[in-house]
Ligand binder design. Structure first.
Ligand code: HEM
Length: 496
């Protein structure tokens, strides 16, 4: 028995040795620059993502300073820090995503996580028309209705003189907008006292757990199979995501059974997907639940975070605030009348503030590798076909040649039309953001309303509360941040 054990141990040792020799010297990626440890094992990535909690993105930026614009970051992956390469890598064409990352968010059959480009195309097709400019324009009354609720809640802070967390208010707003569009009914987080109840914490916890699931693909299955009480004891924040998925499933069952009541004022995504000509295998409750989870998470966390970052910088800088207020006062002479998206989306300075907020808020901070079917050329290097290669928005947004003084919030840089070609915040190509029109509509309507109606001041909040400190795929500032806290009063009219 003991000799059998020794034999197995020795065989494992030989296997590890052979694997190491292959990865370091024989692999088609062996010639690419980068640390030997990263080429040898994914534990390198594990250390920065799991132990150091979302630090690999920053470490990759440091590796580029040492090794140049192309670096081997894992045994199987390359990373490029070059803004000019974006349009090639994320350009049009049938490009697969990296299947190793498919399990990280526990939504492997959602469009975001689907690796194969043909299957992705099939799944995305019925969603595209629902997020067109036209459809989002027709959805304005819902955004306006949620804005009215948001303003009525802010009015209570005006009356009481109490400070509040504007990031939580915006999270509740975006959450209620997207859940209304996905299910036809909101979770009414805008009504929760001090916006305490939002999906923010569960989604962030799930997002961080994704780093672990990225290494151990069975993680979500194990957590899902545990009794809730055991799961709660191990990771109390992740269980709400699993409960949420069950709630989404129950809603879908009701829709498929025809027992849920459809809202006729606007199309509702899940009803449309159930009615779509997707094959039946694509319309199962479990598959559509994953799609719903993606839509809510993608729609809520990115948009509300970018709005919070934008709001912070506008409030902090008096001259930016005053310029924006005067543009809004002119464009919206009567702030009590229904706001039109078509009016506010044309405002140059508001637009510039939002683009700059997107630049410093990033939206998504992690890499998203693509696998090209053919070999790719980059700066004299030939990248073998189907090698996972990525660029990161954080590197691009701090490219000092394109965005000089890149850590400064400077909306004016977006007033030069030349810069538009470098706007990558919503990704590119067929895998680019599905929700860009909805996100832009929410940001324009919400920020113009808030800054037209109210005068905000920061309360015990500084830049570290909005600065990316942990890449959990979603953006996280320092972990002990208390949020973006503000005092508020009614705005006085500037132009009379
Ligand atoms: C400020 C807000 C937002 C930002 C910065 C943002 C950014 C992005 C980026 C960069 C990607 C591409 C990721 C990749 O290449 O792997 C993406 C994908 C996606 N986004 Fe957004 N997003 C925002 C808001 C939204 C909203 C409101 C929705 C609404 C549901 C949404 C839904 C999606 C979906 C479904 C995908 C996956 C698309 C696909 O795989 O084909 N996003 N987003």
């Amino acid at each position: 028995m003991q000799s059998l054990f020794s034999l197995a141990f020795a065989a494992f040792g030989v296997y590890l040795l052979a694997l190491s020799v292959y990865r370091l010297y024989l692999s088609p990626l062996a010639k690419f620059p980068g640390p030997k440890l990263a080429a040898l094992t994914r534990w390198y990535e594990f250390y920065f993502e799991v132990i150091k909690r979302g630090q690999f993105t920053f470490h990759i930026s440091d590796l580029h300073k040492q090794y140049g614009p192309i670096v081997r970051i894992t045994p199987h992956e390359l990373h490029v820090a070059d803004s000019k390469f974006w349009s090639t890598l994320y350009g049009p064409g049938r490009i697969d995503k990296y299947d190793v990352l498919q399990q990280r968010q526990n939504i492997p059959r959602s469009i975001f996580a689907t690796p194969e480009s043909d299957l992705h195309r099939l799944r995305k097709a019925p969603l595209l028309p629902l997020f067109s400019r036209q459809r989002i324009s027709e959805f304005q009354p819902v955004i306006r209705e949620k804005l009215d609720i948001l303003c009525s809640k802010i009015d209570e802070y005006v009356q009481s003189g109490k400070s509040f967390k504007i990031d939580r208010a915006l999270s509740a707003f975006s959450g209620d907008v997207i859940t209304t569009y996905v299910f036809g009914q909101a979770y009414n987080h805008l009504q929760s006292p001090d916006f305490k109840e939002t999906f923010h914490e569960p989604f962030m916890a799930a997002s961080e757990a994704g780093h672990l699931a990225n290494q151990f693909h069975w993680l979500w299955k194990v957590v899902g199979s545990l009794p809730d009480s055991v799961g709660m004891a191990i990771q109390p924040l992740v269980v709400p995501v699993i409960l949420l998925a069950r709630d989404f499933s129950a809603k879908l069952e009701a829709i498929q059974a025809g027992t849920a009541k459809e809202n006729s004022d606007h199309p509702t995504i899940l009803y449309e997907l159930v009615r779509s000509d997707l094959p039946p295998s694509e319309k199962t409750i479990s598959r559509l639940t994953e799609e719903a989870q993606l839509l809510v998470a993608a729609g809520l966390t990115t948009t509300s975070w970018v709005m919070s970052v934008t709001a912070f910088y506008i409030i902090r800088d008096k001259s930016i605030y005053t310029r924006l207020r005067s543009e809004l006062d002119t464009a919206i002479p009567d702030s009590t009348k229904p706001l039109s998206l078509q009016t506010v989306e044309k405002l140059p300075f508001l637009n510039a503030c939002i683009r700059e907020g997107l630049r410093l808020g990033y939206g998504v901070s992690a890499r998203s590798p693509r696998l090209w079917p053919k070999s790719l050329q980059y700066a004299g290097w030939t990248i073998p076909p189907r090698t996972p290669v990525s660029c990161t928005i954080v590197d691009h947004n701090h490219n000092e040649e394109i965005f000089p003084d890149s850590w400064t919030f400077n909306p004016d840089r977006w007033l030069d039309p030349f810069i538009e070609q470098w706007f990558f915040s919503f990704g590119k190509g067929s895998r680019g953001c599905l929700g860009v029109n909805l996100a832009m509509a929410e940001m324009h309507m919400c920020l113009s309303t808030l800054f037209r109606r109210y005068q905000f001041e920061l309360f015990e909040t500084d830049e570290s509360d909005v600065k990316l400190a942990h890449d959990f795929f979603l953006i996280s500032p320092k972990l002990d941040s208390q949020g973006v806290r503000v005092n508020v009063r009614e705005a006085e009219r500037l132009l009379d």
